[in-house]
Write a new protein. Sequence first.
Length: 363
Amino acid sequence: MSRKRGTRRATNRRSPIWAKVLVGLGAVLMAASIGTVTYIKVMLNKVNNAVATECLLADCDAHQPGEDIKGPLNLLLIGSDMRKDWVSAQSDSIMILHVNKDLTAANIISIPRDLYVQIPDCGPGWGNNSCKEKINTAFAAGGLDMAKAMQNLAQTLMDRTGLKSFDGAAMINFGGFADLVELFGGVELCVPFDMTLAHPQGTKVKKGCKEYDAEIALGIVRERYAYDPTTPGWKEEYGIGDYGRQRMQQHFIKQLLKKAKEQGYITDPFKVGTLIEKIGDQIRVDLKGRTPVDLAFALKGIDATKITTLKVPSEPAMIGDTSYVVIQPGEQEKAAEELFTALQNDTLEDWAVTHPKWVNKTG
């Protein structure tokens, strides 16, 4: 845990837009002409200094900056909602970014925050003992210690999926998404049915596609209670609870990426630098000794628009008086175990072909 912290302050929160920014950054760097080499060098330093790099995983000094990155890679991506009056961080989104051996394709496995799993350390309330609870408990058990929270969550996921380790981890705070939406001047979201948001409390949004500001957009992306069979206009294809929110999160990410591309924030080196500086202090990464630019170069061959998001085969279920997301015995359990085996064996694309039901389809 001796690695030097980044030069920018480290704040806290969420999701794969960071993965896609890295992919786009890699493409920009490789496409740069000889005439822009001086600026590119300046931008490299700007990117590495803008993002807070720190020890989040147990073996955070496993590599050296500039060392060749080889696939396959598994990166843990966390969207953490940290608010001033809270005593622990909340993992609003949990995702595993898997990059294949050739570093040419990527898949994201979206982990339901209410997934019922065995957790090695459930925090002081459980005497820091193991328990079976919602997976976001693993992150919250770390309190305000981000390294402890991340390591506990990583171990929980390794125990459940069979992965031996993660090659890196990243967290982005809600503020990072707000900053992006503000930078782009808003984002268009397509709401599947009329809904009343929990945040900002009582805000009503209408069905259809509309440009939203940062506050309302994040409220839509956070919403899960509206995804209920009793809500007028709801359909099964929209998902229940956290599944509905996951679907909207993926739509949000694609819309952000679309905006970024339209406004040149993926292809223009100058704008890439601006984007990274804008959201850098909302991001915390542990690449085990490597730098964000190292990873960007490694991911240069991946088309960010073709990253496929997969769902863990599971469904909402009540255990006692508490609602969880459970991998049910039978077909779901078989499909889930095959998913985790595919993750270990770098065959997720094959799994997606044979399990289309669990592939996220978002606009």
